[in-house]
Design a protein around this ligand. Structure first.
Ligand code: NAG
Ligand code: NAG
Ligand code: NAG
Ligand code: NAG
Length: 280
């Protein structure tokens, strides 16, 4: 009995040793991750992959078997590709958040290499969704307030008012698997940007830039400015009416003067001709 369990233990150790041996295979994780695109994992073996050895891929959100000797659990999501006699690839289609931040392993026979697919500023960028970006600027009782919300972004952006180099303070951030929703808020006792000017916000997302789409220029909504603009509208209309009347009068006056002059010249010419007739 004792001999049986000892030999059982020995066999267990032998298997463990061969399972733990990963010097002969090397897994390379994708270095440029984009959601919606392919993720490629490369597995390289130190010697030619023999036909008698099985190939396996494991991993993903539930760390399950993904592919066995080229047969995949979901052909639309996972594909295996033989590159050459020593390298083969796992292709994950349409990468989603759930394919990230989880382990992946390749195995040839008993040789295995496992790594964790972690995202960071160097291997992953996701610009915020333009359709859902929220910008709200209000000027009330002499208080200006700017709120910006960016959805589903990575890494956390640093946003600035472009013309002022003023950084917008982050006030809240929530994270799903990897993507953030980030809220920025800037308050000021004076107008953050002059009335009628375009709000220009530029964010740095990792190494990329994102220009916040703002549809309209800022309309200052305090009663003072609306009265001001009403006054200026009246002024502009008044000036226009005055200008048009003046030009009209001037044209009329010039026309009358020319007519008078013309009449005078005609009379003089007739007189001259009559005079000539007389001399003939
Ligand atoms: C197999 O492909 C890998 C990746 O493309 C390459 O690095 C390696 O040199 C190739 N090996 C052979 C034997 O062609
Ligand atoms: C502008 O002022 C009106 C009335 O005071 C208010 O209902 C409206 O929400 C304000 N709009 C903005 C963009 O501040
Ligand atoms: C941050 O935003 C989340 C989601 O909108 C909200 O549940 C949470 O209370 C906010 N936290 C703070 C400190 O405002
Ligand atoms: C981020 O915002 C989107 C859209 O409002 C929402 O569906 C999602 O649950 C939010 N994520 C987090 C982590 O708050």
């Amino acid at each position: 009995m004792a001999i049986y369990s000892t030999s059982g233990f020995l066999i267990f150790c032998l298997i463990q040793n061969s399972v733990a041996n990963h010097a002969n295979v090397h897994l390379k994780l994708p270095t440029e991750i984009r959601l919606g695109q392919q993720l490629k994992f490369d597995c390289e073996t130190s010697s030619v992959i023999s036909a008698t050895k099985s190939r396996q891929w494991r991993g993903g959100a539930n760390n399950k078997l993904l592919c066995y000797d080229g047969t995949t659990v979901d052909p639309t999501k996972y594909k295996e590709k033989m590159i050459n006699q020593t390298n083969y690839e796992l292709i994950v289609e349409e990468a989603s958040e759930n394919d990230l931040e989880c382990p992946y392993a390749c195995r040839v026979g008993f040789d295995i290499d496992q790594k964790f697919l972690k995202v960071n500023e160097n291997n992953f960028v996701q610009l915020p969704d333009k359709k859902f970006t929220k910008v709200d600027y209000q000027m009330q009782n002499g208080q200006a307030r700017l709120i910006l919300v960016l959805f589903k972004v990575f890494p956390k952006p640093v946003c600035k008012l472009k013309n002022q180099e003023r950084v917008l303070p982050e006030t809240n951030a929530t994270k799903s698997v990897v993507l953030y929703n980030v809220t920025y808020r800037l308050e000021s006792s004076e107008s953050i940007i002059p009335c009628g000017e375009q709000l220009d916000i530029e964010c740095k997302v990792g190494k990329e830039r994102y220009f916040v789409p703002v549809k309209n220029s800022i309309t200052c909504n305090s009663s003072k400015t609306s009265k001001d603009s009403a006054t200026s509208l009246v002024t502009i209309v008044g000036v226009c009416v005055a200008c048009i009347s003046f030009v009209g009068l001037a044209v009329l006056w010039a026309h009358c003067k020319r007519k008078k002059k013309h009449n005078g010249e005609y009379k003089r010419a007739v007189n001259k001709a009559e005079g000539m007739n007389l001399t003939i």
